[in-house]
Design a protein around this ligand. Structure first.
Ligand code: PGA
Length: 247
């Protein structure tokens, strides 16, 4: 049985004070129905981590080198020092605006796993690719590239987030059928690489305009094990509504 995992991706939102208010309001509502988390900007991680007893606290990115001349970057050791064990990698906004490539996503995935941390690796097609019918090809290419040289033992702990770029922040969520079809396909790609047993352990999230009211039926899909949630994770009430809707 794969335990669902729902993570709020805050992107470049919330000050330290706002983070404190959020965690104080939400953390005690977290239930055992799923693993619940928030990914915050670097600056608020320590505050979130120090206040959260139940919420997973994740970074939204990290560098693949341990240290050095990489102005503006953050290493896994820095994250680990403050107790952060989870990192989102390869989000489409990082691919689109910050030059993230399949190769850097792979390097980061290897680094995060080597550090004993857990990556949430994002894959997904653009609107153009969706309309051209190449969703599965794109997801396969990104998945195979992200996990190049990842050891079989490590693969079971990774989380994959399938996020169609056209559904992110647009209010246009993929139907449950589309999301299930692609998540099942991605699981098949992992099975091709690592065998069915390992693939059955990997948790695959859907992300893209997920709302509290849609979460329950989304998670009823056999290959969807959670959600990566942007906008709907930012307000305390909306986050608590997600927890309550899952029961
Ligand atoms: P959204 O963002 O829920 O606001 O569409 C999802 C994401 O980018 O992870």
């Amino acid at each position: 049985m794969r335990k669902p995992i729902i993570v709020g991706n805050w992107k470049m939102n919330k000050t330290i004070a706002e983070t404190k208010a959020f965690v104080e309001a939400v953390d005690s509502s977290v239930s055992d129905s799923a693993d619940w988390g928030i990914a915050t900007p670097y600056l608020a991680l320590q505050t979130a981590k120090s206040l959260a007893s139940n919420l997973i606290v994740a970074a939204e990115n990290c560098h693949f080198e341990e240290s050095g001349a990489f102005t503006g970057e953050i290493s896994t050791s820095m994250l680990k020092e403050i107790g952060v064990e989870w990192v989102i990698l390869g989000h489409s906004e990082r691919r689109q605006y910050f030059g993230e490539t399949n190769a850097t996503v792979n390097a980061k995935t290897l680094k995060v796993l080597d550090a004993g941390m857990t990556p949430i690796v994002c894959v997904g097609e653009t609107l153009e690719e969706y309309e051209a019918g190449s969703t599965k090809d794109v997801c396969k290419t990104q998945t195979v590239a992200a996990f190049k040289d990842v050891c079989p033992k490590c693969i079971e702990k990774v989380v994959i987030a399938y996020e169609p770029v056209w559904a992110i922040g647009t209010g246009k969520t993929a139907t449950n059928e589309i999301a299930q079809d692609v998540c099942a396909y991605i699981r098949g790609v992992v099975a091709e690489l690592y065998g069915q047993e390992a693939a059955d352990k990997v948790r695959i999230q859907y992300g893209g305009s997920v709302k509290p009211e849609g979460l329950k039926t989304l998670l009823e899909q056999p290959d969807i094990d959670g959600a990566l949630v942007g906008g709907a994770s930012l307000l305390e009430d909306s986050y608590i509504a997600m927890i309550e809707n899952l029961g």
